[in-house]
Design a protein around this ligand. Structure first.
Ligand code: AMP
Length: 143
C-alpha cells in the first residue's frame, strides 16, 4: 500500500465563513495551507490557528491560482459563494493541473452532476440542512 503523505499542500479558494474555518482546522492538523480571496477583508475571518499564507486575488484569473502555486497542490478546495466560480476553479485544478483531490461547495443541488463528471467531491449546504432537519424532526416527534 502506498505510504500516506502526512503534510499536504492545500489551497483554499474563498476565505469567507467556510474557507477560513477549514483553513484554520487544516493548519492545526499540520498541513501547509494557502488561502485565496478577492477581498482582503475576508482574511479577517481567519483565526489564530491559521499559520499559512493569504493571497488577494480573483479566482477567475489564472494568475491568482498560479501565485498560490496550484501546480504544487495536493488538494484544492473551491469554497467561494458562487457555483460557477467553484466549477471553474475545480475544472482548472482537475483538468489543467491534475490535482488529485478537489472539493467544492455548491449551492444549487442541480449542479451536482456537473461536478461529479469531473470527479470533484461536493459539499451541498442545502442538502446537509435538509438531512439535518429531517433527523431533528424525527427526534422531536419520536419516530
Ligand atoms: P462565505 O460565503 O462566507 O464562505 O464566503 C465566500 C468567500 O468567497 C468570500 O470571502 C468572497 O470574497 C469569496 N469569493 C467570491 N468570489 C470570489 C472570487 N471570484 N475569487 C476569490 N474569492 C471569491
Amino acid at each position: 500500500m502506498a505510504k500516506k503523505k502526512n503534510n499536504l499542500y492545500i489551497i483554499v479558494v474563498g476565505c469567507g465563513r467556510l474557507g477560513s474555518k477549514i483553513a484554520g482546522n487544516l493548519s492545526n492538523l499540520g498541513h501547509s495551507v494557502v488561502v485565496v480571496d478577492k477581498h482582503e477583508t475576508s482574511f479577517e475571518h481567519l483565526t489564530q490557528e491559521f499559520t499559512g499564507f493569504s493571497i488577494v486575488g480573483n479566482a477567475t484569473e489564472i494568475e491568482s491560482l498560479k501565485k498560490a502555486k496550484i501546480d504544487k497542490a495536493d488538494m484544492v478546495l473551491a469554497f467561494t459563494n458562487n457555483d460557477n466560480i467553484n466549477y471553474m476553479v475545480s475544472q482548472v485544478a482537475k483538468e489543467v493541473y491534475n490535482i488529485p483531490h478537489v472539493v467544492a461547495r455548491i449551492y444549487n443541488p442541480d449542479n451536482v452532476p456537473l461536478f461529479k463528471q469531473i470527479n470533484v467531491k461536493v459539499i451541498i449546504p442545502m442538502l446537509l440542512a435538509e438531512n439535518f432537519f429531517q433527523r431533528t424532526f424525527e427526534d422531536i416527534i419520536g419516530e
